[in-house]
Design a protein around this ligand. Sequence first.
Ligand SMILES: Nc1ncnc2c1ncn2[C@@H]1O[C@H](COP(=O)(O)OP(=O)(O)O)[C@@H](O)[C@H]1O
Ligand SMILES: [Mg+2]
Length: 259
Amino acid sequence: MMDRIPTAIAGLDELTGGGFVRGDVILITGSPGCGKTTFGLQFLYRGAVDYGERGIFVTLEESPARVIRNVWQFGWGIERLVKENKMRILRADPVAYTHYIPNHRNNDTAHIDIGSAMVETISKQIEQQVKEIGAKRIFIDSITSLKIAQNELQVRFTILELIKNLENLECTTVISSEICPGTSLYEAFSVEEYLSEVVIRMHVFRSCGTRVRAVEILKMRGGRHDETMRPYAIGDSGLVIYPRETVVDGGIANMAAVL
Ligand SMILES: Nc1ncnc2c1ncn2[C@@H]1O[C@H](COP(=O)(O)OP(=O)(O)O)[C@@H](O)[C@H]1O
Ligand SMILES: [Mg+2]
């Protein structure tokens, strides 16, 4: 029997057949503003408050202060959780690495690329924090930042390395990944999508002048899952998925994607 944990996202347990499988790596993809950060922080915040699972939040883009401020409106007191050791925030700045690494290069390490160095450092930091507070959940926001200044092969290796390290920690991990606006909905899977056990894609469409948000589970290894695009909303208490509703009658064919 696979051990399941509540996703802490309203409506999502129903679509995943009872939650996430403990220890899995779950990828959340979508365009900017679709709600990936909200998803991940809800997974951590509600996970800690409602289910007693402590969490590590790794932010590679936004400053912790900004993130904390943004989710305050949902009633999520992140700072209190941090004070109570129920959550830890790790700030990793990929841009800083691009300055730092070349300065410390010598002949022996000239072959080291930025991605591997970042992943090694970040993995060690995450592991230490996980041990310190006994964390069960991790959210990494976002993996897209690890792709800077690298060629395709390096990106593949970097992300493979990170996911492998995360799988050793016995935590359930959510990773966000940005899809560039304008990218086709049905493009081939990206590297991180191949490597994650679960892939959830969030869409924002425009239909008759109205913004429509919809989520679909593209992949969930080793389990039955819903295959329909389901509407979701971001409201006063965070993200809510409507697991029994469909997006529009007649499918999404009439909608112009604003991805
Ligand atoms: N109280 C709210 N009511 C409705 N929508 C909200 C509210 N707060 C934030 N949002 C929406 O959430 C989005 C931000 O989500 P975020 O998780 O930061 O997205 P991402 O990380 O994918 O860029 C904004 O585009 C905004 O439309
Ligand atoms: Mg975000």
